[in-house]
Design a protein around this ligand. Structure first.
Ligand SMILES: Cc1ncc(COP(=O)(O)O)c(C=O)c1O
Length: 366
């Protein structure tokens, strides 16, 4: 792919604010390309980060025809960078595109765009345990029409956001509240696609859980309101008897997480058998109460592994284990992040090296 590189203004040295937090700081460049039926993907360019101009009738604003992805670049101990399974993000992007009636993109083109942008913006990759450069590819329908049909013009763009460690104050467990009123996604709907409508549908429940002192929502299936699906915008797993990892089987309404898939593949190599099944919330809570479930945790790119300390349901709190981060979650977190950051060998072939030397820099307050 030919990528046009547009110049930046003279903006001085890169200074990362402290603390970085998550998704609040953006780098100076973005990638863009367009699609229409006559040209396919074209006009690939990297230029200054800037607002997008849209026709007020653009279909994204009415039918919500949009998809996105989330992946990261990690700084290795030698200062070079790792991407983690960007091809898996490309394939999920295409599955999401198919569900929302959007054009697909060759996997190589999706990954090449990320790599070209990260290379140019490598000074923005923060160093330090748990810090990374979050990568957000997005595709939106730009054609101006009120007709309810698939658009014929699309914009794909990528923006980058340096992110600080999710666990700024240690590997802390979160509380999750079982959502009784709202559901996130139904089978046959769009839950398995990474499309903004799923997130819009989840916001009222997330705000409600936060107001009651929980950090995340535990979603149940839409039909029977019985089977555990996801936790917030993450997949979820339970540890039985300190050893077996049990996670909801992909149901069509669960987003197939790349972290989930990676953990299911590496856990048996660490001596933890894995099982994908339907998980009835009443059975889960009985197993928590009886001590058969010893740990619970969420899985996703942003935080990798998040221990669950308590589950709120029907006005009662069910404490998981002793309420603290358990050894299985800690081991999985450490093993997976060691691969992502290049601190350990990668026997799975998941990492993709970007051979640029990111600067060892003092953190500065902007
Ligand atoms: C709804 C939802 N579930 C699960 C995940 C975890 O997926 P991944 O591990 O690919 O980040 C995400 C994040 O992308 C998500 O948005």
């Amino acid at each position: 792919m030919d990528i046009r590189i547009d110049p930046l203004g003279d903006e001085g040295p890169v200074r990362l604010p402290e603390p970085l937090g998550f998704g609040r700081v953006f780098t100076r460049r973005m990638f863009t390309q367009r699609w229409d039926a006559a040209h396919g993907w074209h006009e690939a360019a990297i230029g200054p980060y800037r607002p997008i101009t849209l026709d007020p009738a653009a279909q994204i604003l009415h039918s919500g025809q949009a998809i996105f992805e989330g992946t990261k670049a990690y700084m290795r101990p030698d200062g070079r960078l790792n991407l983690f399974r960007p091809d898996a993000n490309a394939m999920r992007f295409n599955r999401s595109a198919e569900r929302i009636a959007m054009p697909s993109m060759p996997v190589d083109r999706f990954v090449e765009a990320i790599e070209a942008l990260v290379r140019l913006e490598h000074e923005w990759v923060p160093s330090g345990d748990g810090a990374s450069l979050y990568i957000r590819p997005v595709m939106i329908a730009t054609e101006a029409t009120f007709e309810v049909r698939a658009a014929r013009e699309f914009l794909h763009y990528i923006v980058l956001s340096p992110a600080g460690p999710y666990f700024a104050s240690g590997f802390q467990p979160v509380g999750v509240l079982v959502s009784e009123e709202h559901i996130r996604a139904a089978r046959g709907g769009t839950g398995a696609a990474k499309t903004p409508g799923n997130y819009a549908a989840s916001l009222a429940a997330i705000e409600g859980a936060r107001a009651r002192g929980y950090q995340q929502v535990l979603w149940l299936d839409a039909v029977e309101r019985r089977f555990v699906e996801e936790a917030g915008a993450m997949n979820v797993a339970f540890v039985h008897d300190g050893r077996e990892i049990v996670t909801p089987a992909l149901s069509g309404s669960i987003l197939p997480g790349i972290t989930r898939d990676s953990i299911l593949r590496l856990a048996p190599d660490l001596g933890f058998p894995v099982r994908e099944t339907r998980l009835d919330i009443d059975t889960v809570l009985a197993d928590v109460g009886a001590g058969r479930i010893t740990e619970a945790f969420c899985m996703g790119t942003a935080a990798v592994v998040v221990p669950i300390g308590r589950i709120g349901h029907h006005g009662a709190d069910h404490v998981v284990g002793d309420g603290n981060a358990g050894p299985v979650a800690q081991r999985l977190y450490r093993t997976l992040t060691d691969i992502q950051y290049g601190r350990a060998a990668d026997p799975y072939g998941w990492t993709r090296l970007i051979d640029v030397q990111a600067p060892a820099r003092e953190r500065a307050v902007a």
